[in-house]
Design a protein around this ligand. Structure first.
Ligand code: 13P
Ligand code: SF4
Length: 325
């Protein structure tokens, strides 16, 4: 006769189930929606109403009828949702979940940079603070950056302008190379993509999986991008993989995406370029923190009305431009 032994694993699974039950109840009571970025932990994917890339998340945030948006991602993403929804409560499970690349440029530094050009037009990657967006003409994400920059050149008023692109040098260089459009690019970068997805790792993965298609994020270094079959944002990658006839993929972006790719494509295999490519800020969001903020309605994002109004226009312009692919 065997006694059932309750293991630590059982305890944590039961606790997780309990948390999810409480969360679902609170979501209904407060008319809340949970939006999560693709880099979030698997348990966050599983409780989210929508999981997507930066552009799709901004679109969802702009369309929701919910009174409360719980944003499982980093600060600039929740801030963008709040700029689009000034009357709604936008809560972030951890106020310290920032983006080091976004912190590489401030509004003051951007003003200084702009002052060096006669007719500056600023394209701000959405990975920027509201104050930087307020100093910009149009925002972009990695999925529509090429179309955003082309749209500026297509605009005859911008014919003699000096395009400034902030803050990601890798995304900026990728857009410049693809479009041939001259841009003045800030020297920022994403530590996760730039420092942990290295050409030597990609070459090793290629050797190990010679038949795999290689997809990398434009935040990767140019030496990595030049070895890839496709350069894509996280959302475009997810859609591409579903349609591709390939069975194996080498993925050059933050490893959180692997959970979604494997879940949505059970017959396909995915190999990260580097398992070190983890964004510590994305991983600050936990189920316990989501439950805590929704219970206590805390960690609301606040943007001053003056900055919000100025940042709203470039975000709205970004939403008008479609993603690649
Ligand atoms: P996506 O726009 O592809 O979601 O990327 C956001 C991001 O922060 C990448 O590091
Ligand atoms: Fe910022 Fe890089 Fe993390 Fe994306 S992965 S949020 S760019 S630090």
């Amino acid at each position: 006769m065997f006694n059932k032994i309750t293991t630590l694993r059982d305890i944590s699974i039961n606790k997780m189930k309990e948390t999810i039950k409480k969360l679902n109840k609170l979501k209904k009571e407060k008319n809340a929606v949970i939006l999560a970025h693709i880099y979030q932990l698997p348990e966050i994917h599983n409780i989210a109403d929508f999981v997507g890339d930066s552009l799709d998340l901004s679109r969802k945030a702009g369309q929701t009828n919910a009174d409360v948006i719980v944003f499982c991602g980093v600060h600039f993403m929740a801030e963008t949702a709040s700029i689009l929804n000034p009357k709604k409560k936008v809560l972030i499970p951890d106020l310290n979940a920032g983006c080091p690349m976004a912190d590489m440029i401030t509004a003051e530094k951007l003003k200084e940079f702009k002052s060096q050009y006669k007719n500056p037009v600023v394209v701000a990657y959405v990975n920027t603070s509201a104050a930087v967006k307020a100093e910009s003409d149009i925002c972009c994400t990695s999925s529509n950056a090429v179309n955003v920059v082309k749209s500026i050149v297509g605009d005859t008023n911008a014919e003699n302008s000096d395009i400034i692109f902030v803050p990601d040098r890798n995304l900026g260089n990728y857009v410049r190379k693809l479009t041939g459009i001259k841009m003045n690019i800030w020297n920022g970068f994403c530590p996760t993509h730039n420092n942990f997805i290295l050409p030597e790792y990609l070459l090793k993965a290629k050797e190990e999986h010679p038949h795999a298609e290689i997809l990398v994020h434009p935040e990767c270094r140019p030496e990595v991008a030049s070895e890839a079959d496709h350069i894509m944002s996280t959302g475009v990658m997810c859609r591409y993989v579903e349609k591709s006839t390939a069975k194996e993929f080498i993925i050059g972006t933050e490893t959180g995406i692997l959970y979604k790719l494997r879940k949505d494509n059970p017959g396909k295999n995915f190999y990260p370029v580097s398992s070190f490519a983890v964004c510590p800020n994305m991983k600050k969001i936990t189920l316990a923190k989501v439950l805590d903020i929704l219970t206590n309605m805390k960690n609301a994002i606040r943007v001053s009305e003056d900055i919000r109004q100025k940042a709203y226009r470039p975000i709205l312009k970004m939403l008008e431009i479609k993603a690649q692919g």
